[in-house]
Design a protein around this ligand. Structure first.
Ligand SMILES: C[S@@+](CC[C@H](N)C(=O)[O-])C[C@H]1O[C@@H](n2cnc3c(N)ncnc32)[C@H](O)[C@@H]1O
Length: 213
């Protein structure tokens, strides 16, 4: 998966995976960390957390603890703690264009997700150490779930800075700086869109954000 590669996990890191279940990215992060350091894998859904526990066990992950909290409330107890944070946000999956069952969503659902995504991203950012890296990702192509969410963080947190990041061989597009008469921060160009025809995958949006020291 691409989002964990943008996070560049290293052995010894202390990492928060805020919306982790069922753990496809947590297990990949653990592998990249060589099962060293520590991951907190959090999710709000008890049903999905059972799959997360199963998958961690299946893959032999030993550096991860599971927590079950509403991610929006975690900064009340965990502030400025993590070297790296992944916010793989709940989304409409509007980018799942190649899947067998195409996504269905309404404008209303997208708007309600937008507010949840904004809050989860702000919470994730608060839990990041100074100079730490946060990766925000969705499998949606809707700007309201992507660029508009990052734009909101940039307007609230002056220490948030989007970083350029390239993966050799991966074809990507620049993030949008305007959509339906809304203009986003010009640094949104540094975020990344991946479309099905680029690499024969579903679509993704990814932004890598640094907390300035
Ligand atoms: C896109 S899925 C995560 C997929 C996972 N990262 C993986 O790679 O397997 C989004 C997750 O966010 C969780 N979620 C939704 N609202 C949340 C909240 N308020 N706090 C924490 N997790 C939440 C959902 O239960 C869901 O498991």
């Amino acid at each position: 998966m691409v989002p964990p590669l943008f996070l560049e996990p290293e052995p010894g890191d202390y990492i928060l995976d805020l919306c982790a279940a069922p753990g496809s990215k947590t297990t990949q992060i653990a592998q990249l960390m060589k099962n060293e350091g520590a991951i907190i894998a959090n999710d709000v859904s008890i049903k999905r957390i059972s799959s997360l526990g199963f998958n961690l066990q299946l893959c032999g992950v030993v550096n991860t603890a599971i927590t079950m909290f509403d991610g929006r409330k975690l900064p009340l107890v965990l502030k400025d703690q993590f070297d790296k944070v992944l916010v793989d946000a709940p989304c409409s999956s509007s980018g799942h264009l190649l899947s067998k069952s195409p996504p269905s969503f309404t404008e209303r659902r997208i708007k309600s997700l937008h507010f949840l995504q904004r809050d989860l991203l702000l919470a994730g950012f608060k839990m990041l150490k100074p100079k730490g890296i946060l990766v925000y990702s969705t499998c949606s192509i809707h700007p309201l779930e992507n660029e508009a969410v990052i734009d909101h963080l940039l307007s609230k947190e002056n220490k948030a800075c989007i970083e350029d990041f390239e993966i050799k061989g991966l074809r990507t597009h620049l993030g949008l700086t305007e959509f339906e008469k809304k203009t986003f921060h010009s640094n949104l160009r540094r975020s990344v869109r991946i479309y099905p025809h680029d690499n024969c995958t579903d679509s993704f949006f990814i932004a890598r954000i640094r907390k300035e020291g």
